[in-house]
Design a protein around this ligand. Structure first.
Ligand code: BGC
Length: 904
């Protein structure tokens, strides 16, 4: 039997904003081994009218098949039917749907602005005294949300009714008193000065003959709220505004368009609603019926029409943010200080929903945090300006349910004060926010701590995929490039993140400077511009390099070359920038160098500011500042990344068939490598500045001469053993650490690091009850000191990629998994492991068990792919798609190794 599943348009299941160039993908499943697709046919329908018929095509392709029919019409629901035949003659058909956006029809509406006080422009630099905790604040500098009310009348029936909507700030849409849509924090975080998404909602069901009302509430959001590390306000503007166009078509096909030009507005009952600080909502002041017909709005003020260009408006791309899950917290604690603190049992990004029955006027304060202090008391772990993470709800009369609408927090604990009576656990729900990405990868094994690590990785990815890939969901919520550079392979294994990352790479390109520099964060918020000016650089090695390393990871995972094409120009401009920096920068002491040394400096990127091997644990654990790790490692790390980026560019150019460019980059790589070796590597294979991370980079980036490889890996292992069997790697080297060790035959050391429970290690976090990945290895120190860090940074979760490939045993052999290798490490101390990943062709799965001297393996290889299966006795079996079972007696040596390992 042949089954067609997972039908995607533009890599989404049923997308709502499709343009003129959709492409179609699907997966096949068969109960016969060795199956592949022999032919397909796609038909596109609008109602009963056939729009395009591809005809039967003899082809094995099932990924991104482009639409070739006549122009699609705006705002139409299309049905697509798919038929496939496999190599055995079995057939299958399935159908799905998609909706088009409004294409490039001209707009009839304008931006409008409620009369409001401007958000005061503030800028906080790093290193200023901390505001929070020092003195009580009154929040008077914050501005209320704005309610906008737009009555309109509907004659009789309408055949279609659409609202297109966007905002400067965040909006929430209601029609006749009912909320429309399930999207959260719209419009998405984009470089608003260049691109703002609008969303389109079908409001037909909500309409009735006679008077109808559209109601919109606006809040500061990413537009004018306080963002990022310094938490400055007004990134793009100091007032919120609305763009709305309503499009009603009657049964005679007459369409009426109107905007919000005649709407009236008033301050909402949220006296402030800030993405970082939190929301303060007075339910007792709620204007009952404000978005319904018959409400008296004569005291409301007419909105002003803004003379704002409309060319930055663009239909929503990809998935929006949603509440992905709600769950009940696990405990209501009474802390030693006598406070009431709710424990979710899980660190999340999102918010709390409360339900209660009360009289009006109780002021409930909810403060969010990720850890408790050493003494078990509530502790706000995020320092800085505007990091309050504090929601305030003032009750109205009667039963009520409330959740904030325009903020989100990174938290596990909530301190609750002002609750009327005694709160009960079932009065709370945790709401998990994330961009709605489908899950694509799973992992489980016989070691509970490793399972918890996987769980933590997954939760950190969910929390840091809110609109853009972020560093953390509390302190910065910023699109730092270095973090996703490290984490992308893991993210792409765990979720269908390729389109999410593709969209964000578009922002990276938009923010690229004219000289090719790629700023370290995208969108590039103003508040960071000022901080970077203080650092002396807007970029860094490893961060800017994300412009090529992230597309390269996407290509590895999907096999889709278009991601390389789309970004190629930006990559080249970045590489020219780096080359110029390397060539013109003269390191300290240049004048004292001999002529050979002088000559090679132009191939080294050893000047300027870099984050280096950021947060290297040995420096952090002795109380050093993050900047110290940067200063200590940057020359070597930046030069190594220059080499790596150049080599990767050669591979990218080759994948795109750009032979000349590929050979140029390769030539340049060879020169950089020579310079690097002469500058940093001693004849005995040691480095002039010894850091574990530096060794890792040299080995993984191919910077060490073959003759010194062995010696260098010994130096790395020596350093690990001198470090009490612990790693000492920061952001830029950690992604390669375990691969380097397996690659040089020291899987034992890789496993030692993975199963290590002393600090710094992954399982040390687990042992300390982490439920997400920490920013710094020693967020909680061995002596119990609780650090003021983020407890939800996915960067160190990049080890997931190694775990799934090596312990799960599933690895792509070519970009996009058309060929894969199944080779679980049998001597890894586990009794069993299983992993599954939805490849572009369908789900591949591996499950292995060892029972004393027996070893068993079950695999599923998707239709249309082949796998090389490596068995413990060293044999390799090549298999086409299907389901297979293998059993072997284990060679005694590996049993010996296992028991040795377990004893160790
Ligand atoms: C962020 C990081 C980021 C870094 C730059 C931090 O404040 O949280 O994850 O990459 O700055 O080094």
């Amino acid at each position: 039997m042949l089954i067609l599943e997972h039908l995607r348009v533009n890599q989404q299941l049923t997308p709502q904003y499709v343009g003129q160039h959709p492409c179609f993908s699907w997966n096949l499943r068969s109960d016969r081994n060795g199956c592949y697709q022999a032919a397909y046919r796609i038909c596109i329908w609008e109602n009963t009218q056939l729009v395009w018929d591809s005809g039967e095509r003899a082809s094995a392709s099932s990924i991104r098949i482009p639409y070739e029919g006549p122009a699609l019409r705006p705002l139409r629901q299309y049905r697509w039917q798919l038929w496939c035949r496999d190599c055995f003659g079995d057939t299958a058909h399935a159908q799905s749907s998609f909706r088009t956006h409004r294409m490039d029809l001209p707009w009839h509406a304008h931006w409008v602005q409620p009369r409001q006080e401007a958000t005061p422009e503030e800028y906080h630099a790093l290193g200023e005294p901390q505001a929070v905790g020092s003195a009580p604040r009154d929040y008077r500098e914050f501005r209320p949300t704005q309610l906008i009310r737009l009555p309109f009348s509907v004659q009789s029936s309408v055949s279609s009714a659409w609202v297109h909507i966007s905002a400067h700030g965040l909006y929430r849409l209601e029609v006749n008193g009912k909320r429309i849509g399930e999207d959260e924090l719209t419009p998405d975080c984009t470089p608003y000065d260049k691109l703002i998404f609008y969303q389109t909602y079908d409001i037909r069901e909500a309409l009735r003959p006679g008077e109808n009302v559209i109601g919109v509430e606006l809040a500061d959001g990413w537009w004018s709220g306080r963002l990022g590390l310094g938490s400055s306000s007004c990134q793009y503007g100091n007032k919120t505004a609305l763009f709305l166009e309503c499009e009603l078509t009657d049964p005679q096909n007459q369409t009426m368009y109107f905007g919000a030009e005649n709407a009236r507005s008033i301050a909402g009952c949220a006296s402030y609603a800030d993405l970082f600080v939190g929301e303060c909502y007075d339910a007792s002041r709620f204007p009952v019926g404000w978005s319904e017909a018959g409400f008296a709005d004569d005291t409301w003020t007419p909105v002003e029409i803004l003379n704002e260009p409309l060319n930055t408006l663009c239909p929503q791309q990809g998935s929006t943010v949603r509440v992905m899950q709600t769950f009940r917290p696990v405990a209501l604690l009474k802390t030693p200080a006598g406070e009431t603190v709710l424990d979710l049992g899980q660190n999340i990004a999102g918010f709390l929903e409360i339900r209660l029955s009360a009289a009006a006027g109780h002021r409930i304060i909810m403060e969010h945090s990720e850890v408790l202090g050493e003494d078990g008391n509530f502790l706000q772990n995020i320092m800085g300006f505007n990091k309050d993470q504090r929601d305030v709800y003032i009750t109205r009369d009667g039963p009520q349910i409330w959740r904030p609408r325009f903020t989100y927090h990174g938290f596990r604990y909530v301190r609750i004060t002002g609750w009327p009576g005694v709160p009960q656990l079932d009065q709370f729900r945790a709401c998990v926010l994330s961009t709605a990405l489908e899950e694509a990868g799973t992992f489980a094994c016989s070691n509970p701590m490793l399972n918890q690590l996987h769980h933590n990785i997954r939760w950190s990815q969910i929390a840091n995929a809110i609109s853009i890939p972020t560093d953390c969901p509390q302190r910065e919520k910023a699109g730092w490039l270095g973090d996703i550079m490290a984490f992308a392979p893991t993210m792409l294994y765990l979720s269908e993140a390729s389109e999410f990352l593709r969209r964000w790479l578009g922002y990276v390109r938009m923010e690229q400077l004219a000289n090719g520099l790629i700023p370290s964060i995208a969108p590039y918020w103003k508040s960071y511009r000022k901080i970077f000016a203080g650092l002396g650089s807007e970029t860094s090695c490893g961060w800017g390099d994300a412009i090529l390393l992230v597309p390269w990871s996407i290509y590895q995972s999907t096999g889709d070359r278009s991601i390389l094409e789309e970004n190629y120009d930006a990559m080249e401009r970045w590489m020219s920038y780096v080359q110029r920096e390397a060539e013109t920068g003269q390191p300290a002491g240049f004048d004292t160098f001999d002529s050979a040394r002088k000559a090679r400096q132009k191939y080294l990127w050893n000047t300027g500011f870099h984050y280096g091997d950021w947060l290297m644990p040995s420096i952090m654990m002795r109380g050093g500042m993050p900047q110290e790790t940067a200063a200590a490692t940057k020359e070597l790390v930046a030069s190594a990344y220059y080499a790596f980026a150049t080599k990767t560019m050669a591979q990218i150019a080759a994948a795109l068939g750009k032979e000349q460019a590929a050979s140029n980059y390769l030539e340049q790589f060879v020169k950089i490598r020579e310079a690097f070796q002469a500058e940093f590597i001693r004849p005995d294979g040691s480095l002039v500045r010894e850091f574990q991370g530096a060794y890792v980079l040299c080995l993984w980036f191919g910077l060490v001469p073959e003759t010194q490889r062995q010696a260098m890996s010994k130096h790395l292992c020596r350093m690990i053993s001198e470090n009490d069997g612990c790693l000492d790697t920061g952001f830029l080297s950690i992604p390669f650490l375990l691969d380097v060790l397996t690659g040089c035959g020291r899987t034992d050391v890789a496993l030692q690091l993975l199963f290590q429970e002393r600090c710094p290690s992954w399982l040390y976090m687990v042992k300390n009850h982490a439920t997400t990945i920490w920013e710094s290895w020693d967020c909680i120190k061995p002596d119990g000191t609780v650090g003021m860090y983020s407890y939800n940074h996915y960067a160190y979760g990049c080890v997931g990629d190694w775990i799934y490939r090596k312990l799960g045993g599933l690895e792509a052999l070519e970009p996009g998994y058309r060929r894969m290798r199944i080779a679980p490490l049998t001597e890894c101390g586990l009794e069993w492991a299983r992993t599954a990943h939805r490849t572009p062709y369908g789900t591949a799965a591996v499950e292995w068990h060892r029972y004393d001297s027996r070893w068993e393996l079950d695999v599923v290889i998707p239709v249309g792919t082949v796998a090389e299966i490596c068995l413990p006795d060293g044999t390799i079996q090549n298999k086409t798609s299907g389901v297979y079972h293998f059993e072997q007696n284990l060679p005694t040596s590996s049993l010996q190794e296992l028991s040795d390992f377990q004893k160790a």
